[in-house]
Write a protein that binds this ligand. Sequence first.
Ligand SMILES: Cc1cc2nc3c(=O)[nH]c(=O)nc-3n(C[C@H](O)[C@H](O)[C@H](O)COP(=O)(O)O)c2cc1C
Length: 396
Amino acid sequence: MTDHVIDLETPLKFAYWVPNVSGGLVVSTIEQRTNWEFEYNKKLARIAENSGFEYALTQTRYAASYGADKQHEATSFSLALLMATERLKVISAVHPGMWHPGVLAKFIITADHLSGGRAAVNIVSGWLKDEFVNFGLEWLEHDERYVRTEEFINALRGLWTQKDYSQSGKYYNITDFTLNPAPLDIPGRAHPEIFFGGNSTAAQAAAGRTADWYFSNGRDLEPFKDNIRGVLAAAGQGRTAPAAPRFGLNGFVIARETEKEAQDTLREIIAKAHKPAVEGFAAAVKEAGQSTKDGKGMWEDSTFEDLVQYNDGFRTKLIGTPEQIAERVVEYKKIGVNLFLTGYLHFQEELEAFGRDVLPIVRELEADLARKNGTELRTDLLPVTGSAAGLAGANA
Ligand SMILES: Cc1cc2nc3c(=O)[nH]c(=O)nc-3n(C[C@H](O)[C@H](O)[C@H](O)COP(=O)(O)O)c2cc1C
């Protein structure tokens, strides 16, 4: 098993879910002042990069399903957001079964050049069987999906870093291929970053061997330690990527002036859940964690309440006052979380408020934590936040 070095010097990183899918991030009839279209998202991305967010994650969904009636395609939407921003890194979710790794590698290189090195991918292995079957594509059994995913990531990395790259495998065969240009040479990264979303044992193992970042659904503190252990155990056995993976965790944020207000909002979201949509989603996600041999994985034991937020985001409990949320976030840093992927009810207002009210407390607590452990928080690594002028620009 790879040693788990808890990095107290590097500031936590923050990302947000791009709402490129209609219906917001909770399957509820509660008011959500969030819009899936480009103009809203362009403004949101600019607010985000001016509020201390380093990353945005665009979702991939092809078919109307469970409250998400309309969707914008992830890679093209991500590129548009990159073109509309200056510092934000945009991570595009992609399914191996839908793309050839060479085509994706080429697309991302172009996005990387157009954006000054800000393109990244989140490799997801899929759960929505109908998307594949109705497209006439093969729907692989659960663990086999990760065999393909691993080959896919090895191909991406190989094509991004080597000339005359060859790989022969069960799913992809590539012969003497050189992609020109290569991705930009950016200090601190070997190539565009490869995130990996998944929770099952097979997902942890594949991520541990291949990914730069392991992304998980929302989890409480103790259970998330198991994910970290699972990923690092695999990283110790035949990892094909250079450094050990870092850890990103999903959390749905409800920050309010009082804890009661925040909890009342959570109760209202759940009370107004769109029952048929949540139940339909619950049935479809049985293709994920529950379909595995050990029954472990994403949504394996999610309750109806959990599933009202697609990615178990309530379980991370970023719900309360800004102080309470900041304290909770730093508890996760202590166990090895490096990045938070956040979602909100009213994205533009709440994401900006998170940057204004929660992040300064997080930074203070991180600095205290580092000092108590005989080190210093690397404030030189903090993302540049917006000036008043920058934020005014966000409204353009
Ligand atoms: C952070 C994160 C983001 C994800 N994004 C998507 C997505 O955009 N589209 C998709 O179809 N699945 C997405 N997934 C789900 C994965 O495709 C996969 O179905 C899920 O991890 C369940 O598999 P598992 O039980 O093997 O963990 C995401 C998962 C995580 C953790």
